[in-house]
Every structure is written in C-alpha cells, then in structure tokens.
Write a protein that binds this ligand. Structure first.
Ligand code: SAH
Length: 262
C-alpha cells in the first residue's frame, strides 16, 4: 500500500461488535438464500430513490445477529437482468446508508467472485477483504487521478473472525467487466489482489463518503486462470456459492452480535 496518501485513508477500524449492518449484494440469486435465512421483510425505498432498481429488506436485531438492512442492486429496468457492477452498487449503497434509520456500524459487500489458481484459490473458498479494496480497470495516467483510479480504500478489520469462519484474507479488486483483459491482468498482478469481482470497491467508496467502515465477504465461483471458461464455472457454481455466502454471512453476523467478541 502506498504511504504518500492522506493518512486518514489508511485507517482500518477493528470491528468486534456491531449493532447495525448494511449488506450490499449484486445478484438476486446470490441474495435470495440470505434474505430467506434472515427472514428479512421488504423495506420501502425512500421517495427520493424512486426509479432506482435496488431492492431493500430488513431483519431486526436479535440475540443472534445485529439489525440488518439487506440492499440488493435489483433488476436493470432496461436490460432485464441483475444490475451488476459498480454504478448500481454505488447507488444501492448510497440509498441503504441514507434511510431514515439509525446509522449502521458496518457495511458489508457480499457476493461471488473470481480467484486465481496461481494464488492458491479453489472454487468455494471464502475471503474477507484485507487490508484494502482496489480497482483494476480505472486507468487514469494523470497525477492524483491515477491514485484515485487505483481506489485503494481501507477494509474494516474483520481479521479476528477469519479463522472461525474458515475465511482467507485478501485484497479484493473490482472492475466493471467479468473477463480479465491483458491490461487488467497486468494491473491485478501489480495490485496483489486475490479476489476479483465487480462491486466491492464502489461499495467501499460510498461507505467511506459516509464514514462507515466497509468489509467484504466473497466466495469464489470461478478461477480466472483455469483452462475452463470463467463464465461456465460461474454458472455451474453460483447456487452453491450463494448457499456458502448465506452460511458464512450468518456466522459472521452471529459473531458480530456477541458481547464478548470472541
Ligand atoms: N454471466 C453471469 C453474469 C454475472 S456478472 C450470469 O450469466 O449470470 C458477475 C457477478 O458475479 C458480479 O456481480 C461480480 O461481482 C461477480 N463475479 C463472480 N466472478 C467474477 C469474476 N471472475 N470477475 C468479475 N466478477 C465476478
């Protein structure tokens, strides 16, 4: 990580116990098992968010978990598929952080992701983001803008939960494409990411604007450097990944609700 940035950008708050969490997800197939398991009920979006496709639901705080707002990007009204990617993720996060509700202690970007055989990843592995988020497709070779393009935003420090959850730790890099272009590959080798997806850095950017620490929990659906096409792997592994996400997210929420934090 660079050290010439504003030191405030380098802070990674340690997250032990939280009362309120916002979870942001991109695809309905990823989110449905978690929404069901939480028993989350629909939450109406505010009038100022009219026209945005995001789908909100809410599960109140209990002994086993913090208060949860689940915010899903929803269906693109023009193209009729899940509104994946950074634009919708940023809007969804902004809506979820501006509801007429008490401020959350933590935002979590939860979803599927690609990994690399060269980094020792396997299908079904789960990762918590650490130490930061990054972007690999925002190439702006102008002073200052280059650093903004790299989007190295600090991750909420959830390290103490990783081994209990069976999660690895790694940098999560976001871009608006599913494939990995040669330029992306070069930048990912340079940024050291172990997890590739399309939303987390946008969620973290909005979390940062609102001063809410942001973490990410990602499950690997596809290995980018495998000889099998990543899209085919993704489709084959999506349902299992969604179940894993549901289980690991509930386990993380349970730990975050505990008084003793261990
Ligand atoms: N082709 C898919 C479309 C999903 S787009 C389909 O037919 O349903 C990919 C979604 O999964 C995004 O929300 C992204 O965050 C995540 N994802 C999983 N693997 C990825 C990878 N290798 N690269 C980028 N995003 C990935």
């Amino acid at each position: 990580m660079r050290t010439d940035q504003d030191p405030a950008l380098l802070q990674s708050p340690i997250i032990d116990r939280v009362e309120r969490v916002v979870i942001v997800m991109a695809m309905e197939a990823e989110a449905a098992p978690l929404r069901d398991a939480l028993g989350a009920q629909p939450l109406e979006a505010p009038a100022w968010a009219n026209g945005l496709p995001c789908r909100l639901s809410h599960a109140p705080r209990s002994e086993r978990r913090p208060d949860v707002v689940l915010a899903v990007n929803g269906t693109d009204p023009i193209y009729g598929v899940d509104a994946v990617g950074s634009t919708a993720a940023a809007l969804t996060t902004h809506v979820a952080l501006n509801l007429d509700r008490p401020r959350p202690d933590l935002v979590l970007s939860v979803g599927t992701a690609g990994g690399w055989l060269r980094a020792g990843a396997g299908i079904g592995d789960a990762f918590l983001v650490w130490p930061h988020f990054a972007c690999h497709d925002r190439r702006i070779p102008l002073p200052g803008f280059d650093v903004m393009g790299d989007s190295e935003l600090p991750a909420a420090d959830l390290r103490s939960h990783a081994s209990a959850l069976g999660c690895r730790l790694g940098i999560v890099t976001s871009g608006d494409s599913f494939d990995e272009s040669p330029a992306d590959r070069e930048r990912i080798l340079a940024n050291g990411a172990e997890v590739k997806e399309m939303e987390a850095a946008a969620v973290a950017w909005v979390g940062r604007l609102h001063d809410v620490p942001t973490g990410a929990l990602k499950t690997i659906t596809d290995l980018v450097d495998s000889p099998v096409a990543a899209e085919a792997q993704f489709v084959e592994n999506l349902a299992t990944a969604a179940e894993t996400l549901q289980r690991k997210t509930l386990a993380l929420l349970e730990r975050l609700a505990r008084e003793d934090g261990d």
